[in-house]
Write a protein that binds this ligand. Structure first.
Ligand SMILES: *Cc1c(COP(=O)(O)O)cnc(C)c1O
Length: 365
């Protein structure tokens, strides 16, 4: 069986260093908000060309805390509208509605799968205050166009880079392309912890300070609560694991790019639409997503040939039970994407032999 994702193989590469780092944490006797988190935050901020990074409990919390902080700062208020792509993982939308803000969902561009900047302006009203740009599958959205619109209408730009650690747009790192950015360190992401984790990057000192308090019960000083905060802290153990893996992120992204290149040049089947790298983007290939009108047939065929594949995602957010109010919306591009996408095995430890097998099997379909 060729696995879609082999987390054990991935983490085995760093096993010695991970064990050493976990021992260091165990022996330190300090497990929450200590030197491991501080060290990781500094190196992750620097990796993202950002002034500040704040470690939190998950990618969803990273996004929730950005919006919550803007509310505490008086920049956002209940009922304000936030533009967000319809074609995304539900976490992007949850972060908005969780803060009593209104998600205004916009169709993607069919070639990039990311939000279509041409369709943003028609959705802007007097209540629009922010754009949440998602970097789906591992490449930046068209941030040049999005930042221009944001400037024109005085909107905050928030990035959801949960799938794009290390990606660039015009050579600028994601995490530094907007006002604030949320990252996830869920184990299967390009930079994955050995448990849950997330981070926010920003150049805004005020925002960073507010989020630092909010992630820790709304407190800057123990037992003094300025805000009604959350308990959403990256723990010392995960920070230590992440510091090990951050050192190898560029290498592992480069290996993913080699896998993607092999797929892009090797797959020749008129039934299959291959993903595209958009101009001026460096793609980090969190997922390699193909499209076909015969998805069910292809997935069954791959499985019979010992190849695991996944669907990201089978149901768009606006068709989910959780968002009944969106059910009547007609979003044909998003819906067609959800009906036709299939993700092929993609990770840094995929062997050349397995890669050749997958390409041959797909070409014989
Ligand atoms: C994974 C993901 C999240 C949420 O991250 P968690 O760490 O699982 O909470 C948010 N947005 C996108 C696009 C994601 O892929």
């Amino acid at each position: 069986m060729i696995k879609f994702l082999d987390l054990k193989a991935i983490n085995d590469q760093y096993q010695e260093e991970l064990i050493e780092a976990s021992k260091r944490v165990i022996e330190s006797g300090w497990y929450i908000l200590g030197t491991e988190v501080e060290t990781f935050e500094k190196s992750f901020a620097s990796y993202c060309d950002s002034k500040y990074a704040i470690g939190v409990a998950s990618g969803l919390d990273a996004l929730i805390l950005i919006f919550r902080a803007y509310k505490e700062m008086g920049i956002l208020a209940d009922g304000d509208e936030v533009i967000v792509p319809a074609n995304t993982y539900i976490a992007s939308i949850l972060a908005i509605s969780e803060n009593n803000l209104a998600p205004i969902i916009v169709e993607p561009d069919i070639n990039s799968y990311n939000i279509d900047p041409k369709k943003i302006e028609e959705k802007i009203t007097a209540k629009t205050k922010a754009i949440l740009a998602v970097y789906l599958y591992g490449q930046s959205a068209n941030m040049t166009a999005i930042n221009q619109i944001a400037k024109k209408y005085n909107l905050k730009v928030i990035e959801d880079a949960a799938q794009a650690h290390g990606a660039t747009h015009f050579s600028k790192k994601v995490g530094s392309l907007g006002d604030a950015c949320g990252f996830s360190f869920y184990p299967g992401k390009n930079l994955g912890a050995l448990g849950d984790g997330g981070a926010i990057t920003t150049d805004d000192e005020n925002l960073a300070t507010t989020i630092r308090a909010l992630r820790n019960y709304g407190s800057h000083k123990k037992y003094e609560n300025q805000y009604r905060g959350l308990n959403s802290r990256l723990d010392e153990m995960q920070a230590a694991m992440l510091s090990v893996k951050l050192k190898y992120l560029d290498i592992s992204n480069a290996k993913r790019a080699q896998v993607a290149k092999a797929y892009l040049t090797g797959i020749k089947n008129h039934k299959i639409i291959l993903p595209q790298i958009m101009p001026n983007n460096q793609h980090v290939w969190h997922l390699f997503v193909i499209k076909t009108s015969e998805r069910e047939k292809l997935q069954t065929y791959l499985s019979k040939n010992g190849i695991q594949s996944m669907i990201h995602y089978p149901i768009p957010p606006h068709k989910q039970e959780a968002y009944k109010e969106f059910k009547s919306l007609h979003l044909p591009i998003t819906e067609s994407i959800h009906d036709e996408v299939l993700s092929l095995p993609m990770h840094e430890c995929l062997s050349d032999k397995d890669l050749t097998t997958i390409i041959k099997v797909i070409n014989d379909f």
